[in-house]
Design a binder for this molecule. Structure first.
Ligand SMILES: Cc1cc2nc3c(=O)[nH]c(=O)nc-3n(C[C@H](O)[C@H](O)[C@H](O)COP(=O)(O)OP(=O)(O)OC[C@H]3O[C@@H](n4cnc5c(N)ncnc54)[C@H](O)[C@@H]3O)c2cc1C
Length: 478
């Protein structure tokens, strides 16, 4: 037996033979980058990375894995933030990377669908849609490296959920290899299909615990003709909510983004992120980033943004505002929002929460969480920002200035409990976008009704009787 992995060298060779030695990583230095996730929160061990080139390769790998009870962890872009794609520390898990399965199989601008392999990079899918004058609206900070299989398996959200929905709403059909090695071809292109249990919806958001997504039919949309991006300085989350209500009424589905940012976040980004500057002349306690896209004419977007900001200035809700005058300026405003998490890194430790509450409860959540966190850690610097329009706040807390980073981060779970307690009291969710993975598995089991966790376990056992598919993630089976 191989002493590091617990998997015999013979068995490793059998797996390698399926994809060919050239498509296998065995050397520790080659495997190392796949063993750690983006924020360094999880570090695992694995004797081998397998890079299949086809759905049939994936099927052969999983069949052998089930026969030999060898755990397999699917990994695509390795940008997940809850440790779902990281193998466990035991060294018993093989990593299955879909990076070679990155083709766009078909684009149909008449039916408005695109068929991609599970390893297709999100940015490449966006480009392929643009190539036929269509939009694939999923957009994330990680879009240059995350891949469709991971996007679907985490039911990714991003910046345009308000108008287009998350991955669940953007997918019509799937091709999945089951842990037993069977292939389910559900690559249907139908908008209407009421034929029994929705298997597709089970695999979306399953974080690789039920099977491997090898292909997907994705929805495309008309490209927007008009786009306006504005930044408004405001006094409070309550005012942001009133502005959001007005924006929804004025713009309807043309409102594609409504983001909330605190002053502290703007200070962090202007301090640490190259090229970001504060476009308003005076500081404001909060900021709303508003994105409006229209598909009829450019004038419609212009009329909407002016009507909204004029109303805001007249009512006093908006203290000052700027409208991006060019595509470069639009990108610059979004860069401020998208780099807010990175900008916290140089400020020391940061305890993070990816939560959602009903949209109208956001001001109350901010107030209660703020009080509780400051009582627990005086001097904590709360940098809570996010997709206000979706009720999703990235409630990040930077350490007090001069505090000991390790001691601060040691309080991660204690502070999570405080913030999540408030979220749950408001009927919210402890994971709005990033999923459960390893990070929130035990907490999920604690907070959800027993029947819900039990049903998840029964589904897992039905799909994966040998428990080889990303074991230890989402729900514990042992
Ligand atoms: C800078 C940055 C910004 C981000 N912004 C957002 C955001 O706005 N919204 C958001 O929702 N997320 C965001 N994320 C999180 C992350 O990018 C998404 O979760 C993304 O969808 C993961 O894709 P991936 O290819 O990197 O998947 P991975 O990290 O490789 O895997 C994620 C999970 O999916 C499983 N998996 C991967 N591929 C497959 C497959 N083919 N079949 C079955 N299971 C599979 C893995 O086992 C794992 O559990 C961000 C991350 C970063 C680093």
């Amino acid at each position: 037996m191989d002493t590091i992995s617990g998997i015999s060298p013979d068995l490793l060779d059998r797996f390698a033979a399926i994809v060919g030695e050239g498509n296998v990583l065995r050397r520790p230095e080659d495997i190392a980058p796949r063993l750690v996730e983006n924020r360094g929160l999880y570090r695992g061990a694995s004797p081998m990375v397998l890079k299949p080139g086809s759905t049939e390769d994936v099927a052969a790998i999983l069949k052998l894995a089930t026969e030999t009870r060898t755990p397999v962890v699917p990994q695509t872009g390795n940008t997940g933030l809850v440790g779902g794609q990281v193998p466990r520390g035991s060294g018993t898990d093989l990593i299955l990377s879909l990076e070679r399965m990155n083709r766009i199989r078909d684009v149909d601008p008449v039916a408005n669908v695109l068929v991609a392999e599970g390893g297709a990079i999100l940015a490449d899918v966006q480009k392929a849609a643009e190539g036929v004058q269509r939009l694939f609206p999923l957009s994330l900070g990680s879009e240059g490296s995350c891949r469709i299989g991971g996007n679907l398996s985490t039911n990714a959200g991003g910046t345009a959920v308000l108008a287009y929905g998350n991955m669940r709403q953007l997918c019509l059909g799937l091709e999945v290899v089951l842990p037993t090695g069977e292939i389910w071809d559900g690559l249907r292109r139908l908008k209407k299909d009421n034929t029994g249990y929705d298997l597709r919806d089970l695999f979306i958001g399953a974080e690789g615990t039920l099977g491997v997504i090898t292909g997907a039919v994705l929805k495309l949309f008309p490209q927007p003709i008009g786009r306006q991006v504005a930044l408004a300085g405001i006094a409070s989350p309550a005012d942001a909510l009133r502005l959001f209500e007005k924006a929804s009424n004025l713009c309807g589905t043309s409102l594609t983004g409504f983001e909330l940012m605190p002053r502290l976040g703007v200070e962090f980004t202007t301090r640490h992120i190259e090229g970001v500057r504060d476009p308003l002349s005076e500081p404001h306690p909060w900021y709303a980033l508003i994105d409006i896209s229209t598909s009829d004419s450019a004038e419609t977007a212009e009329t909407m943004v002016h009507a909204l900001l004029e109303w805001g200035l007249e009512t006093g809700l908006v203290r000052d505002a700027v409208i991006a005058g060019s595509v470069a300026q639009q990108k610059a405003l979004w860069q401020m929002r998208e780099s807010m998490s990175d900008a916290q890194k140089p400020e020391g430790g940061s305890i993070k929460h990816d939560v959602s509450v009903p949209v109208s409860s956001i001001p109350l959540f901010m107030e209660e969480a703020g009080k509780a966190v400051m009582a627990a850690i005086p001097g904590a610097r709360i940098c809570a920002f996010g997709h206000l329009g979706d009720g999703n706040i990235h409630y990040n807390i930077s350490q007090p200035v001069g505090a000991d980073k390790a001691a601060f981060l040691a309080r991660w779970y204690e502070i999570n409990e405080v913030v999540h307690g408030i979220v749950l009291s408001l009927d919210g969710s402890i994971s709005a976008e990033h999923g459960i993975g390893q990070l929130k598995r035990d907490e999920l089991a604690r907070i959800r009704p027993t029947i819900e966790i039990d049903l998840m376990r029964r589904i897992k056992r039905a799909f994966d009787p040998a428990n080889i598919m990303n074991p230890g993630k989402v729900v514990a089976i042992e």
